[in-house]
Write a protein that binds this ligand. Structure first.
Ligand code: ADP
Ligand code: MG
Length: 256
């Protein structure tokens, strides 16, 4: 059986998987995404950081087409984003997304949460979907919780289920938007460990986070955003020791 991670490791590391080309987006007068150019290669982990309101969530949401753009182009695995219909549903399945709020289906069991997408969108058999779900739930450390409901799990466990649910769709890329921001401190590391493991397996990841430890350990590149722009991109090493822009220096001064 091919797992998404195997696929990510095998298929030509270094080829662009997500391309944002001169992307512009406005909310009325607010230029929320300005001249965004970002290429994320196969297997690469890019951490997006920046002050609140700088456009990080909006950037993520455009890649999944939860938000439209006004100009420019976004490609995933070489193909422009489909506008609607079945092609868009397939595209969304290729782009896994994990939010700050776990967004699990409250009235479905943990197992059902993870099998629903693969059965409905990917047309897997229930048996195959359940076998894969059990594997993924074990991998993220919540294998024992399969028959429970989300409310019976801790926040950290729910977020790990949300990651398993996204992985069950065999995405080409995973987007994380502040996945640990809503968690109690003692649960943050258990979620970050799952993400570090995923990065180690070759998954292409775009991660919005304030967890600088994660950025230092797992990121290939850091993209710093301010006022809708990517102000600088650098290796974590470079970025944290020698930020170039005043905005980045100021931001790091406040959080480190
Ligand atoms: P971040 O994730 O970096 O905190 P966001 O992408 O959530 O930033 O928001 C960027 C800016 O866009 C903020 O000023 C926010 O208030 C504004 N914004 C976000 N969503 C909308 C919306 N649906 N309509 C109008 N303005 C929005
Ligand atoms: Mg945000």
């Amino acid at each position: 059986m091919t797992t998404p991670d195997d696929a990510a490791v095998r298929s030509g590391a270094g080829s662009p998987l997500v391309e944002m080309i001169d992307v512009q987006k406005w909310y009325g007068e607010l230029h929320v995404l300005a001249d965004i150019n970002l290429t994320v290669d196969q297997g690469e982990v890019v951490v997006v950081i920046g002050p609140s309101g700088s456009g990080k969530s909006t950037l993520c949401r455009t890649i999944n087409r939860l938000e439209t753009i006004d100009a420019g182009e976004i490609r995933v695995d070489g193909a422009p984003l489909p506008a609607e219909g079945k092609a868009l549903a397939r595209h969304r399945a290729d782009v896994g997304m994990v939010f700050q709020s776990f967004n699990l289906f409250a009235h479905k069991t943990i197992l059902e949460n993870v099998t629903l997408g693969p059965v409905k969108v990917r047309r897997h058999s229930k048996a195959d979907a359940e076998a894969r779900a059990h594997e993924l739930l074990d991998r993220v450390g919540v294998g024992e919780q399969a028959t429970k409901y989300p409310a019976q799990l801790s926040g950290g466990q729910q977020q790990r289920v949300a990651i398993a649910r996204a992985l069950a769709m065999e995405p080409k890329v995973m987007l994380f938007d502040e996945p640990t921001s809503a968690l109690d401190p003692e649960m943050i590391s258990e979620v970050l460990e799952v993400m570090v493991d995923l990065a180690g397996r070759g998954m292409t990841m775009i991660v919005v986070t304030h967890e600088m430890g994660f950025a230092r350990t797992a990121a290939n590149r850091v993209a710093f955003m301010a006022d809708g722009r990517i102000v600088e991109t650098a290796s974590p090493e470079e970025f944290f020791t020698n930020p170039q822009s005043d905005r980045a220096k100021d931001f790091l001064g406040k959080i480190l």
